[in-house]
Design a protein around this ligand. Structure first.
Ligand code: ZN
Length: 489
């Protein structure tokens, strides 16, 4: 029994061994076959030239070194296909693939190129590197720019920090980083020092005019300082104005801030007195009034300046009487222009004209007890329009009015306010002041009729100009040397 069992075991072992040997033979044989096939088919060797992993700087030049394909000693490199490109302007990883197909087989190799941004952004400060301000709060950031070659405009990413260095110095630190973490920094120095003097400004005009005997009230000045604020209270004024003595006076206003920065301004005050002895005389004459709209304004300006002038009036209404009364009370000269201004009526005959003059004269005398002795011909004595109505009438009238005890006045300075309605005040000023002459009687033609509001507006400046330039303003009187154009009809 045992013998049979033993034989069976031996038999099974022999069979197992046989199988193993057969399997081994099959494996070895197969391998040989595969090995033989590879040995027989030709192999292409594809390799990357240079490094397979490359780091290059952004914006540097990238040149692909390519790959080489060899079949034994045969160079097949010209059959290599290259795929993928490298954008050196954009940081990142790029893969370049080299491939080759040969006899049904595909060969491939890769190169990894990393474009790296190593440049810091360009951070530029606008304005000065060192800025002096009176107070920290007055520092007005002049600005900055940050540009990165790879990331573009980074201005909005700039951080600004003020660092106190000592009591009077600050550092302003500007920082910016690009996406790759490259940092740029700039520093501005702030010096806190009050170097700006206060701003000192006159209230009122730089040159003021005061009639002798009038009161002068100094309008003062205003001072503000960038560090100390309102310094008006600290202004000192030297100099005085004696309004009883004619002359020019200088007032000096000065103020200092706490850092001893000083500011000074001055004002000239001219105390004047109108004098008939002054060889430079101005006679302001206003025709065609009175009007409620314009004449009171003119009277206001004249009153303020203590000046007397001459009004050649036309027919007036009851409502105008207070204006005329004011005129007379203030010492202005009321002259006669005529009951009518209508050329066709007044220049139709000697009688018609004298009637126009006399009627108004008598009314003034009746209403105000004022004997008006000076007249002005509508259109002036030189007018030629009168010839349309009566030849030679001006030749007769100029003699006739004198026989009747009147003195007639033309003008030798034209304010140009008759060139239109509401001529620009500056034009009236220019025209008047340019027409003035020294050493003589300047008789200025102006108007206070309804549309001459700008004449009143120009008046103050004209008066100031006259006083500045040594003229006296006077009213025409019977003693004034007349100004005549010369008769043309
Ligand atoms: Zn007139």
């Amino acid at each position: 029994m045992a013998e049979r069992k033993k034989k069976r075991t031996i038999g099974r072992a022999i069979r197992l061994a046989g199988c193993a040997v057969l399997l081994l033979a099959l494996v070895i044989g197969g391998m040989s076959l595969i090995k033989g096939y590879f040995i027989l088919s030709p192999q292409v060797h594809l390799s990357v030239q240079g490094s397979q992993k490359q780091d290059i700087d952004a914006f540097s030049k990238y040149t692909d070194e390519g790959a080489v394909a060899m079949l034994g000693k045969t160079d097949l490199s010209d059959q290599i296909k290259t795929e993928g490109s490298v954008n050196t302007k954009v940081p990142g990883s790029y893969i370049v693939t080299y491939s080759l197909d040969y006899k049904g087989k595909h060969y491939t190799q890769q190169r990894t190129v990393r474009v790296v941004d190593r440049d810091a952004p360009e951070l530029k400060l606008k304005g000065e590197d060192t800025v002096v301000v009176s107070r920290m709060e007055l520092f007005d950031e002049p600005g900055y720019t940050a540009k990165d070659r790879c990331d573009g405009d980074l201005t909005d990413c700039v951080t600004v920090e003020q660092q106190k260095k000592d009591a009077t110095t600050y550092r302003v630190v500007y920082q910016v980083a690009d996406k790759a973490g490259n940092m740029a920094e700039a520093v501005r120095t702030l010096e806190i020092r009050d170097i700006v003097p206060p701003e000192l400004e006159l209230r009122g005009e730089e040159h003021m005019f005061v009639p002798r005997g009038d009161r002068f009230t100094d309008p003062g000045a205003v001072a503000t300082d960038d560090a100390d604020g309102d310094l008006t209270e600290a202004i000192t004024c030297t100099g005085t104005v004696d309004t009883d003595a004619v002359g020019d006076y200088t007032l000096r206003y000065s103020v200092s801030d706490s850092a001893e920065n000083r500011a000074e301004v001055k004002r000239t005050v001219t105390v004047y007195e109108e004098s008939a002895d002054n060889p430079n005389r101005i006679y302001l004459t206003f025709d065609d009034g009175p009007t409620e709209k314009v004449t009171p304004h003119i009277l206001d300006v004249l009153e303020k300046n203590h000046i007397k002038a001459t009004f050649f009036i036309l027919k007036y209404s009851d409502e105008d009487k207070p204006i005329l009364q004011r005129m007379i009370n203030a010492g202005h000269t009321v002259g006669i222009h005529g009951y009518s201004h209508d050329y066709a009526t007044i220049y139709s005959s000697e009688k018609a004209f004298m009637n126009s003059i006399q009627t108004l004269h008598d009314q003034v005398q009746k209403d105000f007890g004022y004997d008006a002795k000076v007249i002005r011909f509508p259109g002036g004595s030189s007018n030629t329009i009168s010839a349309d109505y009566k030849k030679g009438i001006m030749t007769c009238l100029t003699k006739r009015v004198e026989q009747e005890g009147y003195t007639y006045f033309d003008w030798n300075v034209d304010s140009s306010d008759a060139n239109g309605n509401n001529v620009d005040a500056s034009t009236i000023y220019e025209s008047t002041t340019q027409g003035l002459f020294k050493d003589g009687n300047n008789v200025v033609l102006m108007h206070d009729s309804y549309y001459k509001t700008t004449t009143a507006d120009a008046l103050q400046k004209i008066i100031d100009y006259g006083h500045k330039n040594g003229y006296s303003f006077l009213p025409i009187t019977a003693d004034t040397t007349p100004c005549h154009h010369g008769v043309a009809n």
